[in-house]
Design a binder for this molecule. Structure first.
Ligand code: ZN
Ligand code: ZN
Length: 327
């Protein structure tokens, strides 16, 4: 008799795998191996291995000491908050929102649903209210978070095209980390200042007096120095969501190598990160030049960032945060 009950065409022999990220049930063949396919909803590698989330995570549980120190230096400048609020009142939240509503694609449960699901994963893991998420046409691989009261996250189109699903979640988690760490107001002021100072248009716009005041009080330099260090805290937030340092490492490799990343040896890239960190920690001169070069970038060097994440996980600090705050 001909064999009719082929496993591939009969519903018997199938089972459900609940996605460890978004909770979606995915029907798979029995004998399915974790990671062999992607979840139908969030598109992340499908696996039912356990994953932890945080009920009451506080920013002080994971913040990078360089971020905390630079923020304390910034806040020690008298009048800093009122000066930055005056600066932001000039553009206002509505200007930021209108700019993105007009120029970028808003991600919703129906528009780019896998990106929306990834945002839910990052917010659900860290315990953050869902912000608006946009994708904007831009050839530079980057993302940012801005706003005053209501934060928004913007992903550049090149970033979504270049990174795989796990790496994209790592970047979204980094951005949600800015919200969780309460960076958004200062970060928005830093980006706005960089924009105005780099384009020499500051003198032409209303509010130019406040910009002059911010520069003369030393707020601008303290703010920009802090903004670079704040990124290190948010890489830790991304690590708390991904729970795998090598997803962060490979994301940094793509940020460093661009389209060339497929030809890079990942282990050697990590070694380069460790070497960079060693020289930075030991040599004041290297540190000086690294800081000078970094001041022209929106994020610190990817090599430095990967070295910082490796150090944090290998020191046992990451495990401690997971053990104390995640379940
Ligand atoms: Zn999923
Ligand atoms: Zn960032």
């Amino acid at each position: 008799m001909a064999k009719k009950n082929d496993e591939s065409i009969e519903p018997t022999g199938r089972k459900n795998v609940v996605c460890r990220f978004c909770g979606q049930k995915n029907g798979v063949k029995s004998g399915y191996v974790n990671g062999a396919a992607n979840c139908g909803r969030c598109k992340l590698p499908l696996s039912d291995e356990p994953r932890k989330v945080f009920a009451n995570l506080h920013k002080n549980d994971y913040i990078h000491p360089a971020d905390a120190k630079a923020l304390a230096a910034l806040k020690a400048i008298p009048g800093v908050d009122s000066a930055l609020k005056k600066l932001l009142a000039w553009t206002g939240e509505s200007a930021i929102r209108v700019a993105f509503m007009a120029s970028a694609v808003k991600v919703t449960p129906k528009q780019c649903p896998d990106l929306y699901a990834k945002l839910e994963v990052a917010c659900g893991t860290l315990g953050v209210d869902m912000p608006d998420l946009y994708v904007q046409q831009n050839p530079i691989v980057n993302a940012f978070t801005g706003g005053v009261e209501k934060p928004i996250i913007v992903l550049h189109s090149a970033l979504v095209e270049r990174l795989n699903d796990e790496e994209t979640l790592a970047v979204i988690a980094h951005e949600v980390g800015h919200i969780h760490s309460e960076h958004v107001l200062y970060l928005t002021a830093a980006r706005l200042l960089e924009f105005l100072l780099n384009r020499s248009v500051a003198a032409l716009i209303p509010g130019s007096e406040i910009i002059k005041l911010i520069v003369s009080m030393g707020i601008a330099s303290a703010l920009l120095a802090w903004a670079r260090r704040a990124e290190l805290s948010c890489d830790r937030a991304a690590m708390l969501v991904m729970q795998d340092p090598h997803v962060i490492g490979r994301t940094m490799m793509k940020l460093a190598g661009g389209t060339f990343a497929s030809k890079i040896d990942y282990d050697l890239f990590l070694e380069q990160g460790r070497e960079f960190k060693k020289q930075y920690d030991e040599s004041r001169l290297d540190r000086f030049w690294a800081d000078v070069m970094n001041s022209g970038l929106s994020h610190p060097f990817p090599i430095w960032r990967v070295a910082e994440i490796l150090e944090w996980t290998e020191s046992g600090e990451y495990e401690k945060v997971m053990a104390e705050h995640a379940s």
